[in-house]
Design a protein around this ligand. Sequence first.
Ligand code: CO
Length: 136
Amino acid sequence: MFGRIDHIGVAVEDLDEAVSLYSERLGMPVQHRETVEQQGVEAVLLGVGENHVELLRPLSPETAVGRFLERNGPGMHHVAYGTDDIDSALEQARAAGLALIDDRPRAGIRGSRVAFVHPKSTGGVLTELVEAAEGH
Ligand code: CO
């Protein structure tokens, strides 16, 4: 079901400040910046080895990440696992009895397809499945 860790999602209040922390002080190169309306976020991907840190700023307080920030403040938001076939990974997650937030994949950053699994069925960790677009 899970091929590899793709990225760690981090919720932030100030995206530019977080980008300068991760890129300048932690030395991770910025690879991509995009507003993903469907997830209610502006996101930045930074490279770390073959994997990424995904910084997430909510577009409004009513989004999922906005509510997360309200409850918890900035910090770790989710872990994303890469898969080559998200439809079959989602089917396996369903068969394993995991509580799916997304019944079917939706549009993610950089042309990817993503689906989230509820933290209540994954030990308190919001879990994302991601199938990268061709070439990423
Ligand atoms: Co993510």
